[in-house]
Design a protein around this ligand. Sequence first.
Ligand SMILES: [Zn+2]
Length: 244
Amino acid sequence: MKVHLLIFWAFCGCQASSISDNDRIYYKWDDQRVICGVSIDAQTSIPTSQYLQAISNAAQQQEVLILYGHKPQRDFSLSLLRTLIDEIHEQEIPFLTASDLLDGAPRAGVFLSFDDAHIQEWYDMTQSWPNETLATFFVTRPHSLKANEVSLLQEMESAGHRVEAHGLNHLDATAFVEEHGLQQWVDEELVPGKTELEALGFNPIAHAYPFGARSTEIDRATLEHFEMVRSLIFYFGRLKGPCG
Ligand SMILES: [Zn+2]
């Protein structure tokens, strides 16, 4: 992901418009099963004002803003996140999860998500959040989780957060499929990433693509095993990212 973004940064050289103007970062209650997040990680260099505008847009348009990040402090600023959380509460819009997006009535909201396996750091971060701040944690390499990490995730789910899937070994789906074919990716990466979480007592219904890597055929195969999938948009102007 970092390499991709650096390449985009190097070759784009363009003045990107505000991220809040990008339609793909909002879920519009249109039964779209592939949602696209915008990163809160510092490497995107998105001004705070643009996130705040996006929250405001979600509130006004009765849509759901999709956000994602990785490791607290290493990848994103906890003070930025707190600013956004406070604004979401200020606007009185709820934090929604995949099941809300699938089953709920159309309404404004924010889908706040975090990727990979920074369990302790995620847990610590959630401890200082205001009430009713709920997030989705897309966990990769579930077979490598330590017992205490599984306990922390279970505690987080009990508090209302969601644990979802992020692949067995965090593979780039498009690269793997190109080399080994779609079925092998489904059998060796996608499905075990779900069943290993299920074996730990979780019930994933959504998958986030590592690196956002996707295609129409990968989406179709993924949605045979999950009800929803999250990819991502690139911030930098004209070049296409995984969400087009
Ligand atoms: Zn990841």
